[in-house]
Design a protein around this ligand. Structure first.
Ligand code: NAD
Length: 366
């Protein structure tokens, strides 16, 4: 029997990622949609042929088996928590939560409503990431992971909620960084982080020219973004594996490149590709294995852009029913949100250098 599904939030993710794939998938039946904005509702009222509500309060466990929630970040815990508390299972977009306290609230809602929370986690469902995962056993003891997702340009919704700390929780770290942490956990297994050093900068976030063209967002308004567009860090997991991380919404590069390098006692595996929907893509996904001075190219299956979102849906109906799914998304989100909180705390303790004209450090600046 297909999963009666409601899409909550008809913005870019609801509209472009989830509605078309849910409607095309045999396991799901889209039975309702929700958006607080009349304009967003109007665009779908007739097109969908299902009720489009102004609030998720209209959804009940009698009518809906799953709510796919894609609302601005600061509303994730509130909207998903209310649905879970009323017994409606939720598939929640990343970032699942913005604080450890929100993770606790979601865990309580899961228990109170006896309903499961699942988390959006697309990148591990990419075929090139799966090919990299298949190489992990050849690497011996994994010692280090080098993760980076650096866009040429791609600040989402510049001037909107995505670039305000109050509504987004933070900047690129909560956006692309969340995907990188999620991918790492899928490759090496989840583990908390015991040491975190990070710095952030914001050289691009308020310049409209650096926006994400593929989103076709409204032009930036006068609001000034107060989040980072770039984050660089060095971290250590509880299992001793070190991680260097770089996430950037914009840079001086020509292409958007995602790079995942895993260094082990027996070899190094490296994937170079482009996560997401950017048009400035690496021409193809390239996976290599380096051992004893020889680098070998490993074939990677080709797939259409964005196919990982469909593939995540393939297993979702089963995952939803599994008792082991209860609490898993919250547990993983708690680990991720803690490392992000620690990263920001480290970045706050670094001297601020992102104000005023660039100049050389003279030693007298302190
Ligand atoms: N997995 C991915 O690759 C991916 C990509 C893009 C966005 N996202 C995530 O999806 C979420 C939404 O992002 P977006 O880019 O679609 O933003 P958006 O601003 O384009 O859309 C958000 C929509 O939610 C609606 N909304 C606001 N409050 C609501 C509420 N209480 N109930 C129902 N609807 C409400 C807004 O009116 C808007 O239409 C974010 O959390 C973002 O991080 C994930």
């Amino acid at each position: 029997m297909s999963v009666r599904t409601a899409v909550v939030g008809l913005g870019w993710a609801g509209r472009e990622l989830w509605l078309p794939r849910l409607r095309a998938h045999a396991d799901f039946d889209v039975v309702a949609a929700v958006d607080t904005e009349p304009a967003a509702r109007a665009a779908f009222d007739t097109a969908l042929g299902v009720p489009v509500h102004p609030t998720a309060d209209a959804l009940t466990a009698q009518d809906v088996d799953l709510a796919v929630v894609a609302v601005p970040n600061h509303l994730h815990a509130e909207v998903a928590g209310a649905l879970l508390g009323r017994g409606v299972p939720v598939f929640l977009e990343k970032p699942v939560c913005l604080t450890a306290a929100e993770a606790d609230a979601l865990a309580a809602a899961e228990r109170d409503g006896d309903a499961t929370l699942l988390a959006g986690s697309a990148a591990p469902h990419r075929s090139d990431v799966a090919a990299l995962a298949a190489l992990v056993p050849d690497l011996g003891h994994v010692r280090h992971a080098d993760l980076s997702w650096v866009r040429a340009r791609g600040v989402p919704r510049a001037g909107g909620w995505f670039t305000q700390r109050g509504t987004a929780g933070g900047g690129v770290l909560f956006d692309l960084g969340w995907h990188l942490f999620d991918t790492l956990a899928s490759l090496l297994g989840p583990a908390p982080f015991t040491q975190v050093v990070g710095v952030t900068s914001s050289d691009f976030v308020n310049a409209a020219a650096w926006g994400a063209t593929w989103r076709r967002d409204r032009p930036a308004d006068d609001a000034v973004g107060d989040v980072e567009d770039t984050a660089r860090g060095f971290l250590v997991r509880a299992d001793g594996i070190s991680v260097s991380l770089r996430a950037a919404w914009a840079s001086h590069e020509a292409l958007d490149v995602t790079r995942i390098q895993l260094v082990g006692s027996e070899g190094t595996a490296e994937l170079r590709c482009t996560f997401g929907f950017s048009p400035n893509r690496a021409p193809e996904s390239a996976l290599t294995l380096t051992r004893a001075g020889t680098t070998t190219a490993v074939p990677v299956p080709d797939e259409p852009i964005g196919d990982e979102y469909r593939r995540q849906l393939d297993g979702l109906a089963t995952v939803l029913k599994e008792p082991a799914s209860r609490g898993r998304a919250v547990g993983e989100a708690r680990t991720t949100v803690r490392v992000i909180e620690d990263f920001y705390a480290s970045a706050r303790s670094a001297p601020a250098r992102n104000v005023g004209p660039a100049h050389r450090w003279t030693g007298e600046d302190q």
